[in-house]
Design a protein around this ligand. Structure first.
Ligand code: NAD
Length: 276
């Protein structure tokens, strides 16, 4: 017994190649868990506004984090049912089971109602909402096997503060994240008798590709300037005086994975920016 909070638990994280998912992978490894990071591999969605993670980022993350513990990678497209089944099967094959599913993969696309494309609308909901259904359904038999009267299994969905408040030019993203919270509450009720807990994390503003490559009003200059612009903007906006980090999200995910009597919550990790 190492005494770590999640000693030998098996965790599957979608969108795990980078950003918030990578921060969660690190936190789970530090808590003693075995981690499968899953993300778009070769042939992933190419025609999105900003670059999504490729095979290179997935293998780079495994190389970087492997000194911390057992970590492997598998490709997944969370909009595709057979791909979700394959990612779950790869996890069970690698580590012998599945205790915690983290539905973290997500995409953002902003734009006015007048100009927003149907293709962008459909893909946003396919990843951010339907992806939770497909991955959770694929994982369910293994979560059932992992859960007992005394030990819970769990699902953690990365929703957003945009799942609690609508923002202009964000109808697709906000709608898909409100849906993520609704799915969380519904499954939490449905699976409580089986001791499978279902919770959501609502990140505030984290300086990942979503912000730096898409949402941040474009500023001339390098990525360094973008990072600084983001830090300054969020320091002025967020009550606790700084943007959130992937590590903040990792800490929240480990908490939810180990909080045995917590289910159905949508936990803001937003420095006080969203309080409902
Ligand atoms: P990110 O773009 O770095 O990470 C998202 C990951 O999801 C990428 O690695 C991408 O390749 C992957 N992905 C996209 N489509 C996929 C698909 N079909 N199948 C599998 N993987 C897919 O951005 P991030 O900020 O780390 O986002 C992680 C989660 O956090 C998302 O659900 C996002 O909506 C949510 N979120 C982010 C913020 C923020 O401020 N960055 C705030 C609130 C919520």
């Amino acid at each position: 017994m190492s005494g770590l909070a999640l000693d030998s638990k098996v965790v599957l994280i979608t969108g795990g190649a980078r950003g918030i998912g990578k921060g969660m992978a690190q936190a789970f490894l530090e808590a003693g868990a075995k981690v499968m990071v899953a993300d778009l591999g070769p042939g992933g969605l190419a025609n999105w506004d900003y670059k999504l993670a490729g095979d290179d980022e997935l293998s780079q993350t495994v190389a970087e984090l492997s000194p911390l513990g057992s970590i492997e990678a598998t490709p997944v497209d969370v909009t595709n049912k057979s791909s979700c089944t394959a990612a779950v099967a790869a996890t069970v094959k690698a580590f012998g089971g599945l205790d915690v599913l983290v539905n973290n993969a997500g995409v953002v696309q902003s734009g006015s109602l007048a100009d927003f494309s149907e293709a962008h609308w459909d893909q946003t909901f396919a990843v951010n909402s339907k992806g939770l259904f497909l991955m959770s359904q694929a994982a369910l038999p293994h979560l059932h096997s992992a859960a007992s009267a005394t030990t819970s299994a769990c699902i953690i969905n990365t929703a957003s503060i945009a799942g609690k408040q609508g923002y202009p030019n964000m109808a697709a993203y906000c709608g898909s994240k409100f849906a993520a919270i609704g799915i969380t509450q519904s499954l939490a009720n449905e699976l409580a008798n089986d001791n499978i807990r279902v919770n959501a994390i609502c990140p505030g503003m984290v300086g990942t590709a979503m912000w730096l490559e898409h949402l941040l009003p474009s500023s001339p200059g390098s990525n360094t300037n973008k990072d600084q612009d983001f830090e300054t903007m969020m320091a002025q906006t967020i009550p606790l005086g700084r943007p959130q980090t992937a590590q903040d999200m990792g800490q929240a995910a480990v908490y939810l994975a180990s909080a045995n009597n917590v289910t159905g919550v949508a936990l803001n990790v937003a420095g006080g920016f969203e309080m409902h």
